[in-house]
Every structure is written in C-alpha cells, then in structure tokens.
Design a binder for this molecule. Sequence first.
Ligand SMILES: Cc1cc2nc3c(=O)[nH]c(=O)nc-3n(C[C@H](O)[C@H](O)[C@H](O)COP(=O)(O)OP(=O)(O)OC[C@H]3O[C@@H](n4cnc5c(N)ncnc54)[C@H](O)[C@@H]3O)c2cc1C
Length: 487
Amino acid sequence: MQGKERWLERLFRMQRNLYIGGDKIGRDDERLGPVLSVVGLTYDLARDPAYAELMTATSHLTGERINRFCHVHQSPEDLHKKQDMTRMICQKVSGCVRRCMGVDALNAIYTVSYEADRERPGETAYHENFKKWLARFQSQDMMGCCAQTDVKGDRMKRPHEQPDPDSYVHVVERNREGIVVRGCKLHISEASIADEILVLPTRALLPQDRDYAVSFVVPGDWEGVKQLVTIHNYRRRDHFPRGFDAGATDSYVIFDDVFVPWERVFLCGEHKHGGILALLFALFHRHSYSGCKPALGDLLLGTCVLAAEVNGIGKAKHVNDKLAEIIKITELGYAAGFTASALAKPEVYIPGRGMQPYGPGNYIPNSIYCNVGRCLTGESVFHEMEMLADIAGGMPATFPYEGEFVNPEVKDLARKYTTRCQNISPESQAQLWRYIGDVAVSGKAGCAMFGALHGGGSPRMEKIGITSQYDIEKRKDLVRKISGMED
Ligand SMILES: Cc1cc2nc3c(=O)[nH]c(=O)nc-3n(C[C@H](O)[C@H](O)[C@H](O)COP(=O)(O)OP(=O)(O)OC[C@H]3O[C@@H](n4cnc5c(N)ncnc54)[C@H](O)[C@@H]3O)c2cc1C
C-alpha cells in the first residue's frame, strides 16, 4: 500500500490548473496545507496497526491489502466498517473526512458500468476498463473525488431543454479514440487535491438526454480541466494552536472541451443507467453520512457539555433537554446507517419494478434506511447549531483575537474578563470559545453547514427517495383491514 508521501509527490508534480482569488496555484500552495492534513490522516491511520481492521480491506480484484477508501464493498460487514471508519476519522479531524466522495463514486460506477455493458453485449467494455483503472487506483492508494452536481440552469427544465446546452456536462464529440466533453461540475469537494476526478450524471435522464448520460475519470490536472477553487480554512493561529487544524476546498470543475480516451469512459449514452448511476452515488454517499454526521454529533455533544460547564449551567433542565436531543439525532442517524449496512444486497430500486438484482455482486446499502438517516441528520444541522448557540451564549461570536491574550498592555484584562468558571483554567476556557468560534461562527463553519444540508442531494431529493420506494400501499392495507373499511 503506497502512503501519503507518494500521494503528495504526485500532487506536487501536477500542472497548475487551480484558480484561487486571482492566482493560479500548484498543489504545494500553503493554503492547501490544512486540507492536506485531513486527507493525510486517512493515509497515516491505514498504516497504524491499531486501525488496520477499520482502515484497510482486501481488494477483490488483486487480493492485496488496500486502503478502505479505495475498496468496493463485498459484504454488509464492509459497509459497517466504512461507517465506523468514517465516524472515527471525523471525530479526529473535527469534521468531514474529505475522502468519502471518491469511494462512494467508485462503488457506484463499478456497479453501473457492469449493467451498461450487459445492455449491448460485446459493443462496450466499460466494466473491464473500469476494473483496470480501479486496480491501478487501489495499488497506488489514490485519492478520488466525485464530480456529480451540474450547473443545472433552469431547475424545471431537463438537460436537453436548457437554453444553454452546457448547463449539464455532456458529450460534444465521439471518435475512434474517445469522446470530447464540455460543461462544469459545481461544489466538487477536494477536486483540488485529488489524483482522479470521477465524473457521473446528476439526475434521471430521458432518451433525448443521451449526450448527458456520461461517466468518466480524469486526473485532476488533465488537459482542458480548469478548477475555480474556494478554500475553507480557519483563522490563522499564532499563539494558541488547535489540537487539529482542519481545512477544506471545493471546486467548480470546468471541462473546456476535454478529450477522454475510451478506456477512461464508463458510460456514454445509456440514459437509463445514467439515472441509476446518479441515484446510486447519492445512495452510497448518504450511507457515508451515517458515519460522519454521528461524529459531528459526538463533537457537538462534547462541546455543549463543556460550554455548559464553563457557563455554570451544567445541571439546567434546558441544557439536559438539548443533550438528549443531540444524542437522539446522532444515534438514530448511526442506527439508520447500521441497518442500511446490515440489509445491504447487490440490488437497486428501479422505478416501476421495485428492488432488482443489479451489478456484479458488490453490496449496496438499503436505500430507505440510508435516506431516512441522512434526511434526519441533514435537516437537523441548523437546529443543532441553534442548541449550541443557546447553551454557549454570545461568547464564541465576539471572542477577542488571540493577540490580545499576549499583549502585555491588555492580556491580564482579556484573561480576567473572558473567565467564567473557577474549576477550568482560563486558558482552557479560552480554547473552548475559540474552538466554538471555529466550528460555529466562521466562514468554514457556514460552508460546512450548507454542505451537511445539501451533500448527497438536497432534503427534497431524499424525501422523494423515501416515499417513492417505501411500501405505502401495504400500510394503507393495514388500516383498511383494522378499521373495517370495505374498499
Ligand atoms: C459544501 C458543499 C460540498 C459539496 N460537495 C460536492 C461534491 O463533492 N460533489 C458533488 O457532486 N456535489 C457536491 N455538492 C453539491 C450538493 O450535492 C448539491 O448542493 C445538492 O445536490 C443540491 O444541488 P444544488 O446545489 O444544485 O441545489 P439546487 O438543486 O438548486 O437546490 C435548491 C433548491 O431547489 C430545489 N429544486 C431543485 N430542483 C427542483 C425541481 N426540479 N423541482 C422543485 N424543486 C427543485 C431543491 O429541492 C432545493 O430546495 C456539495 C455542496 C456543498 C454545499
């Protein structure tokens, strides 16, 4: 298994195609340091024997031990481990692990490329090509990201109806060597530091949308790919370092007439499978949320309890109510993901036909449980922040800069007037308020909250998934019988 050093070497050799605030930068720019630390941990932990069981898996392609972020789930147990691995790392980095999009996308493309080949036997070799790409990806322990979300234009129009045909990424040319694609994928987390960008459709597609039914993989600096990147770092600390300094990035990934050779194309024109691929990535990704959101709940709970202690309200009833509420959301989200793993099967939901065997035998988490868990925890994000704000009071929003705590003129006054509790040192109290400032009232926190609400699809899309797949008729029958209704 190759480690973090080889990944960083590859990144630092890449072409400069990251545009940030008027600069064009390489991956060695210091502003990317915090996010490289987050993903770097996914490499370091995989080499730590204490975490080997969670962090690594046996490749079904090569039999080699690989990083679990490169693995195709072969059993419910694999999905349980992915969930627990995600929760464990997110606790350590105090937020998103930044590497789940890649593993979720590769699981989805692996599954759908197989079925797309079966539609036109002998004419396409998507799945074999994907397996070859995947074996290389696994052996080099590559970092992947997923580019799904399109510009979309008018939300009420389908891709082929848009006034601007480039509102969704699409094929503009097919030739013997490959295809040429044009368009832009938005909000793509960690495209800036990924070895490979996995591209797949964003929605259900009609036959007229066939040019939009396209999936492929290209390196992050591939010819014609331009990334407009936003970086989400916390405020710089010079005197009172954090326990872990996390960062994040998101890119508008522009495909400016990009050539993709056939061996890197895994869907091209099969509109039905395009729609399934969109749903399947969302499904795997919602399952990942059943690991990260509980970790955020763990951190939120610890933060609220400590803030309550510093404020001397640890025993107040309204605090107790809030702690119970946080635990409820956290563990119901985890339980939903656990059940989704336990009920996993090589099956997907096909509209009008119900659950159907799908793919070459890899395991897909149960859709209902993924969606209810993700929807519950996603919609709770702002409510959770409200609970924290209530318990903490205004302190994290206006806490003085750290410079005031080292300036001889005012440092004693700053210390005195920011201290509330006698049992915890003033320095620790200050670190807690700074931490809450980071995770609740910073630019990075705002971005994370939007991501936690919308990632994997906005809540409405999850509700459509839930109600379209749940057996509602069966529940009506229960009531017809028990109430004595005649029809
Ligand atoms: C921080 C962050 C990180 C992200 N990371 C990634 C990533 O790594 N990869 C990736 O592919 N995506 C990523 N996303 C994108 C995310 O999946 C989308 O934001 C989400 O799917 C919603 O899409 P949208 O932003 O286009 O919003 P919209 O689709 O415009 O949604 C806005 C509103 O319009 C509603 N709406 C949309 N269409 C219709 C319709 N036809 N009828 C009625 N209502 C409609 C929605 O329900 C919602 O209420 C990320 C987003 C964020 C904020």
